[in-house]
Design a protein around this ligand. Structure first.
Ligand code: C2E
Ligand code: CA
Ligand code: CA
Ligand code: CA
Length: 278
């Protein structure tokens, strides 16, 4: 925690220096990052413990800035969501993901590529179509794409979002409710948007093995998901104990440091070869 604090403080000081020295606004700094294509995808494996195979991966943004290093999404996603720069950044990530995964023949498998979106991207069919067009020029079939949409953020226009989501579904794209259980919109989103899958947030998984009251919330979310016939992915699985607890409750799709950290394209490519030879 101390290290993380020191890291963040260090980053903020650096960022401020950059801003003062160059008289750049954060907006301009991000804009420059977009033009220089400094935003890159990291990949974290999602495992299917029933088949013992790779289910797919989640694409997680990193800002690789010269002289600064790798910047965590926590540092810039909240800002770029507000500024709207999340849209070109997402498209950049999609372009790079397509390129990276083509080198490991991802298109020959039926693995899922799960991409994080913010509500504003699902509230605008034109924005959505521009992102989808990137895939249509690739070898990756649209059916292998999933979008994660956090329940922590509210939709401004649920009616439009619902239309866009139904359209995406007809294309074979799965929409997953992200951070399930942590926000307000959750269960109404599942109903109104007719979602078929959810991701259980790590804040619930980390309580496995403790006597924390949140453990009963985890059990409730799983019970709800089962009742509704939803596909469930647990995130933040760090230990065998957590993994076993979830498997005992039929949550076979799991993601977390126990199976693999988010990694760059090269590392992920090696990970893929290793899992194939297992
Ligand atoms: P998220 O969507 O909930 O993603 C899961 C986060 O948990 C990731 O953090 C991942 O590295 C971390 N994680 C995975 N397994 C474990 C584990 O076993 N233990 C612990 N302690 N953490 C684990 P990351 O990569 O720092 O991303 C943070 C958040 O930033 C994401 O949370 C997501 O909300 C947002 N984000 C990242 N990339 C994008 C993006 O391209 N677009 C948007 N809109 N948001 C993004
Ligand atoms: Ca996510
Ligand atoms: Ca999230
Ligand atoms: Ca989460």
């Amino acid at each position: 925690l101390f290290l993380a604090g020191a890291f963040i403080a260090g980053f903020l000081i650096l960022l401020r220096r950059l801003l003062i020295r160059r008289r750049l606004s954060l907006h301009a700094l991000v804009q420059r990052g977009i033009v220089k294509r400094e935003f890159i995808p990291y990949y974290q494996p999602i495992i299917n413990l029933k088949t013992k195979e790779l289910y797919g991966c989640e694409v997680l943004a990193r800002w690789k800035k010269k002289g600064v290093g790798l910047i965590s999404p926590m540092e810039f996603i909240p800002y770029v969501e507000k500024s709207g720069q999340i849209i070109p950044i997402t498209n950049l990530l999609i372009e790079k993901t397509i390129k990276d995964l083509s080198t490991i023949n991802w298109q020959l498998t039926d693995r899922v590529i799960s991409i994080n979106l913010v509500p504003q991207q699902l509230e605008n069919l034109q924005i959505m179509n521009e992102s989808l067009a990137l895939f249509s020029n690739s070898k990756i079939p649209v059916k292998q794409i999933a979008f994660e949409i956090t329940e922590r953020k509210q939709f401004e226009d649920l009616t439009i979002a619902s239309e866009v989501i139904q359209y995406l579904k007809t294309q074979g794209i799965d929409i997953k409710l992200d951070d399930a259980g942590t926000g307000y919109g959750g269960f109404s989103y599942i109903q109104e948007l007719n979602l078929r899958s959810l991701k259980i947030d790590k804040m619930f998984v980390e309580n496995i093995g403790t006597t924390d009251i949140k453990l009963s919330l985890l059990d409730s979310i799983i019970a709800f998901g089962k009742q509704a016939g939803m596909e469930m992915i647990a995130e933040g699985v760090e230990t065998k104990e957590q993994s076993d607890y979830l498997v005992e409750r039929d949550v076979y799709l799991q993601q977390g440091y126990y199976f693999g950290m988010p990694m760059n394209a090269e590392e992920f490519s090696i990970y893929n070869i290793e899992i194939k030879n297992k």
